[in-house]
Write a protein that binds this ligand. Sequence first.
Ligand SMILES: [Zn+2]
Ligand SMILES: [Zn+2]
Length: 375
Amino acid sequence: MISYDVAEFGAPLQWRERETPVPQGSEVLLRTLAAGVCHSDLHLWEGGYDLGQGRRMSVADRGVTPPFTMGHEISGEVVAVGPAVVGVGISEKYLVFPWIGCGECPVCRGGEEQLCAKPASLGVFRPGGYGDHVLVPHQRYLIPLDGLSPAEAAPYACSGVTTFGALRKLGNVIETDPIVLMGAGGLGLMCLTLLKAMGGRGNIVVLEGPDNIPTAIGRLRGFKDALKEFPDVKVVLSKNAMYARPAASDLLKTMLKANPNQQVDGVLAANDAMALGAIEAFKEAKKKMSPIVGINASKEAVDLIKAGDMLASGDYNGLVEGCLGAEIAIRTLRKQPVPKEVMAKTSVVDKANYQQYETPAERRPCPTLESMGAK
Ligand SMILES: [Zn+2]
Ligand SMILES: [Zn+2]
């Protein structure tokens, strides 16, 4: 088998080849299908954790010394089992629970191996998923994937259980009260995923930092300017959904869930991905679809405009920028004059003109600087 090991703290991982283990007794050998890279791996690789105020925890002091194979978020497929293993079939796919304990102390016997004082965690104290095979000491650490994507499921073994643990501490409150998640990063988003899987009960508010993407700032300003002319239009929710379909969908779903009677008469999305998220949210909430507009005139949006699920999208497309950018680059290389500023005209794509946007970008003509009236 091969693995990429920490041969020395802080040095590039090293390719290592060795004998593929043969499972003994209760052991199960898996072929790795996916291995997550956890932030903890960076600390393990560096050799320690910064505890703040100049204090540092050395992993070597905890008994983790190179060489070792990291990777504690593992999905794999069974390739061999020890003679004592019952009911685990070859080529079955599993997520591996890596937080293995000594198996003998009262904590372990109480079923909380993850709290054992003598841990044998995979990817820390025992070889983990940064290799093509992983030896799991017992079948009780295997959770059937049941059709889940191995790559998507792998992080559940670490960030999944971390957030699950946090959510569980809240008890029944998650079914009745709104929950605020601070910082929707890897763990925050995982938390959202879990809340949904736990029945989607509870109202979720996602708090986001300020947007620093120029197009987002410009689009928001455009919306605000346009709204000034409509004093009777009230903004009931204005939040950053990160240009992302799931974030937008979650935000809207949350609002629809929090205020089922909240009337929504229109959705302005600063890009098509978020517009798609909004549509998804309305469909899921079984609410009558409000008019939704996005920006990009993406293939998905054009399809939805055609189907009547989306009102319109702004034709802000990469094709125009790409063509003009390439022309400017070529002219620069040829030392020809280039325009200081090019204003690409945008247009509204709706039911009336969507047909011209159905042609895939690669078959549409490339606009020239001249055709754009650039000097
Ligand atoms: Zn133990
Ligand atoms: Zn981890």
